[in-house]
Design a protein around this ligand. Structure first.
Ligand code: PHE
Length: 357
């Protein structure tokens, strides 16, 4: 028995791989293995002989088993170490520049606009995309019977049965954020609110989901003149030109009084847009002085405070600046389009470093 023990422990420690180990296991402990055969011999022994031979054989079996397990683990470790040696990686090597993903033009333009307004002291505010009709309409002086409600092509959400509140809506503009933000922080305030908005409309310049950016400035003595200056500065910075001509055209929005649509002078010579020169006018946004009823609805006293608001389409100004002809392509996730119109993740727009490439 001591011979058997020495023999197997020796063989096991010399095994070079798992299949040799398995063969040894069968040879010793398998059904017809050397040790199993000896176990069978126990039956032929006298009870006295069996009393010493039995436990000794069992101990031998256990010992060989643990030797097999230990060797198997050691072989596994050695294999892993060998693999780690060959798959070694130098994490201090410089990266190989390979542009994979790009920043979507909508994200880029949102960053650009945010950088410009941040420079003029506007903070960014956000609100929910699923709104109550109070925030999206009533608080903005658009009562139930107002034609603007119908014109907005609103998506209404359904309520659970038995819930008789008016249906929630997908916000049709970013103006509800004006209300939420004044409710939360009162006046004075200077904010912009970029975000997604929804209207049931679909053609080359309309998609059911698009992006707007809202601006709001409330203080004691803010006038249309401040609005005009802010917008001129914005257009110059955004289109990266030294001079712009801005035209206010009388308009109507329920939430502003007076209201104006804002056009910029431009030319389309040769099919490309040039801002600041030429004989054409391009409409870029809606604006006006915040209606006293809107201030009131947001808990701001209209006898103390006044200010301006404006709203513009981010997608629209992105199309204009970067010469993108079809709005629908923005949301197609076409890799070729994304690579063509996308921006490098390292091109963070700043006023000093340059807004775009
Ligand atoms: N909310 C308006 C729209 O979606 C834009 C706007 C905002 C106009 C603020 C005036 C003031 O068309």
């Amino acid at each position: 028995m001591t011979d058997l023990k020495a023999k197997y422990l020796d063989l096991i420690s010399g095994a070079g791989d798992e299949s040799t180990l398995e063969a040894l296991r069968v040879q010793a402990l398998g059904k017809k293995g050397e040790i199993s055969l000896q176990m069978r011999e126990l039956g032929k022994m006298t009870p006295e002989e069996r009393q010493t031979a039995g436990p000794a054989l069992n101990a031998l079996k256990d010992e060989i088993n643990s030797a097999l397990i230990a060797k198997k683990a050691a072989l596994g470790d050695a294999a892993l170490n060998a693999r780690l040696q060959t798959e070694w990686l130098d994490v201090t090597l410089p990266t190989r520049y390979q542009r994979q993903g790009t920043i979507h033009p909508i994200s880029q333009v949102t960053e650009e606009v945010t950088a410009i307004f941040a420079d003029m002291g506007f903070a960014v505010a956000e609100g929910p995309q699923v709104e109550s009709d109070w925030y999206n309409f009533d608080a903005l002086n658009i009562p139930g019977h107002h034609p603007a409600r119908a014109e907005m092509d609103t998506f209404y959400m359904s309520r659970a049965e038995g819930d008789d509140r008016p249906p929630a809506v997908l916000r049709t503009h970013t103006s509800p954020v004006q209300i939420r933000s004044m409710e939360a922080s009162g006046a004075p305030t200077r904010i912009i609110c970029p975000g997604r908005v929804y209207r049931a409309d679909y053609d080359q310049t309309h998609t059911p989901m698009f992006h707007q950016i809202e601006g709001l400035a409330i203080d004691k003595d803010i006038s249309m003149a401040n609005l005009k200056w802010v917008l001129e500065e914005f257009v110059k910075a955004y289109f990266e030109v030294d001079h712009v001509d801005i035209r206010f055209r009388a308009s109507h929005f329920p939430f502003t009084e007076p209201s104006a649509e804002v056009d910029i002078r431009c030319s389309w010579e040769g099919g490309t847009l040039k801002v600041g020169e030429g004989d054409d006018w391009l409409e870029i946004l809606g604006s006006g002085m915040v209606h006293p009823k809107v201030l009131q609805a947001a808990g701001v006293d209209p006898t103390q405070w006044q200010g301006f608001a404006f709203g513009m389409g981010i997608d629209r100004i992105a199309m204009l600046k970067y010469g993108i002809p079809d709005l629908r392509a923005f949301f197609d996730s076409d890799l070729r389009w994304l690579r063509h119109y996308g921006f490098s993740a390292l091109d963070v727009p700043t006023l000093r470093g340059g807004l775009s490439r």
